[in-house]
Design a protein around this ligand. Sequence first.
Ligand SMILES: *Cc1c(COP(=O)(O)O)cnc(C)c1O
Length: 356
Amino acid sequence: MSIANLARRVVRALTPYQSARRIGGNGHVWLNANEAPLAYPFTIEGSRLNRYPECQPAAVVNGYAAYAGVEPEQVLVSRGADEAIELLIRTFCEAGQDQILICPPTYGMYAISAETCGVGIVELPLTVSRQPDWPAIADRLSDVKLVFLCSPNNPTGDLVGRGGLIALLEKARDRAIIVVDEAYIEFCPEASVVDLLARFPNLVVTRTLSKAFALAGIRCGFTLANPDIIAMLTKVIAPYPIPEPIAQIAAQALSPMGLELMQERVAELNLQKALIKTELTTLPCVREIFEDKGNFVLVRFVDGATVFAAMKAAGIILRDFSTKPGLENSIRITIGYRGEMDAVLAVLRDLPAPRL
Ligand SMILES: *Cc1c(COP(=O)(O)O)cnc(C)c1O
């Protein structure tokens, strides 16, 4: 018997999340993980490293609360938004009994975290207009503890409709928690639903420094919710989840200068996104361009496999979604700087004309 057989049944059966970094590849243009194209200079001061860090570093909590327009009691810092997702499940779902609800195609970690926690998953696919299926979700509210919505949605780039969300929050009051994952909200800040936290105690918003803030390497994310929910999550989170150097860097990113840098970067990436979309519409190999509210654009090609292979041969690593239901021939392109977008377009222009 292999010692691995001692692992829990769900873990033995689990297909691990295929993160962009795990899939990897040999490339010099990395446009597969929705990362920012450039790093920024932050400094670390080492004099406190002999001490355990604060569980919830005040400078980071207060900085993020001010940035997001909420009270510090409504903020939890975690190791990336990924840890926030898992904490929500571990805090609110009974293993072997409770379920979460997701609307695929969407971010993969909701399902992976539920599975590793022994929590069931109700899947209600997005509608043809790529919105959550509001009536179907409302019908299942008694069966689920958490509903995960992603806005802008990874990988389709759509925003969750505000009217539908508000109606769902009303129906779910005292019954289920609605989580809105705003990992990409800096690319369309006007679409945030954080203002609804004041009206709905069952709303949770998750955020991250990994995308617009260009800090995927430090693993720092946030949960915004009413103080009762934050207090529950604080019971479950590890005693020292945020290493001191990470807290120092996050605090710098949330300073007025850090925020200004982030906003400049977002403006530049949104400009590059508009430019590449315009070019893509002129190419015969492109069949459909999805919504673009994040720092990425999902494109349905006439022949996705050929495009993916040609990009790979040119050292450009993209993310293939063609095996996901409804996303045949679709590839997600992270928006990078001008040179990277030009490299993508050059490969597409060189493809032989597709036979339609
Ligand atoms: C990237 C991403 C995350 C993970 O963020 P981390 O803070 O890096 O863990 C969460 N949700 C969505 C939708 C993402 O795309």
